[in-house]
Ligand binder design. Structure first.
Ligand SMILES: Nc1ncnc2c1ncn2[C@@H]1O[C@H](COP(=O)(O)OP(=O)(O)OP(=O)(O)O)[C@@H](O)[C@H]1O
Ligand SMILES: [Mg+2]
Length: 307
């Protein structure tokens, strides 16, 4: 796990796109210095530094916790680290998931929104957007494990309460080498910050939540996806997992595996955030709240999926 907040004040901005052009949050594209000795970052590789501000600032921690939680679950998330720039701004540093130094593949990344161009009627909301459609479409493009991937990501998003897996927050990669036929894969699941109660200010966490408050909050959590173009109502997180499992029982094992992490791992991850967060507002009450939210969500999803 990350041992200290990375200082990236001396990292050079990418020559062509210093201000990263996609998405709604402030972010820059940086190159890790060639001579940096670290087991956490890759010299010469590209990173996105995202600095959500104001009421969204807790997304930094949600990104980092989601990344750490994903390890060992079957869900792949680009590495996320807490970093600080030369102006003292704290943000999340996200490793580019393609174009690693020494990789001789050529990789093209295509957003879900481009794959769904013909079906999306409302570009602003990215709707209709159905998980069944996504799984079938991804499989048609040639992603062999597409049905498992969508099952896993539904469970993971339900676990962290991610409501923002819109069609610009997933995609496919085409990877080929020396002109050979490309391998088509699901891109790692990026942009996981809209989760883990990031929108709740610390002032609303000071008094421990009641059972009814937790249950109500979890019940109100919805995935961005509906079911299909014809049935586009956003799915309640846990109901959507059950519906998917009913439709694609072959994804059951992969879906249940997402929940097979040791509870102590969550404690370790949150302790580490508290340790790193000394300078940046990740508080004890938030750590306790996130731990309880994860415990309850995991139990409810597990019961619903027969895990
Ligand atoms: N690890 C990564 N490697 C390569 N590209 C990435 C990575 N993470 C994000 N991107 C690209 O950057 C875009 C913006 O990043 P991200 O979705 O995290 O930011 P955002 O501003 O929060 O977006 P949103 O509008 O969904 O809130 C993504 O849509 C994707 O194209
Ligand atoms: Mg995004």
């Amino acid at each position: 796990m990350q041992s200290h907040i990375l200082r990236i004040g001396n990292w050079a901005p990418d020559e062509d796109s210093p201000v990263f052009p996609v998405g709604s949050q402030p972010k820059t594209l940086l190159i890790c210095p060639e001579d940096l000795q670290s087991s956490e970052v890759i010299p010469g590789h590209r990173y996105i530094f995202k600095t959500p501000e104001g009421w969204q600032e807790h997304q930094i921690w949600s990104e980092v916790i989601a990344y750490e939680m994903s390890l060992g679950t079957g869900v792949t998330i680009p590495r996320c680290l807490v970093a600080q720039d030369s102006d003292g701004r704290i943000g999340v540093l996200m490793e580019f998931f393609y174009g690693h130094p020494g990789d001789d593949h050529e990789t093209r990344f295509v957003h879900g929104s481009d794959l769904l161009l013909r079906t999306i009627r409302d570009k602003k909301t990215g709707r209709p957007h159905g998980v069944r459609t996504n799984a079938i479409l991804s499989r048609r493009y040639g992603v062999t494990d597409a049905v498992n991937w969508w099952g896993e990501i539904l469970v993971f998003d339900a676990l962290i309460g991610n409501s923002d897996r819109h069609p610009d927050n997933w995609g496919l990669t085409w990877r080929s080498r020396h002109g050979t036929l490309p391998m088509i894969e699901m891109a790692p699941a990026f942009d996981n910050g809209t989760s883990l109660g990031h929108e709740i200010p610390d002032s609303k966490l000071l008094r421990p939540w009641t059972e009814a408050q937790f249950n109500g909050y979890i019940r109100r959590g919805h995935h961005h996806c509906g079911w299909s173009a014809a049935d586009d109502e956003r799915g309640q997180h846990i109901h959507h997992c059950v519906r998917y499992l009913d439709a694609f029982p072959e994804a059951g094992e992969a879906m249940r595996n997402v929940l097979r992490f040791a509870p102590l791992r969550v404690t370790d991850i949150l302790q580490n955030c508290l340790f790193l967060g000394t300078h940046s507002r990740f508080t004890e009450v938030r750590a306790q709240f996130v731990a309880e939210l994860l415990r309850r969500r995991r139990m409810l999803i597990g019961t619903a999926l027969g895990a």
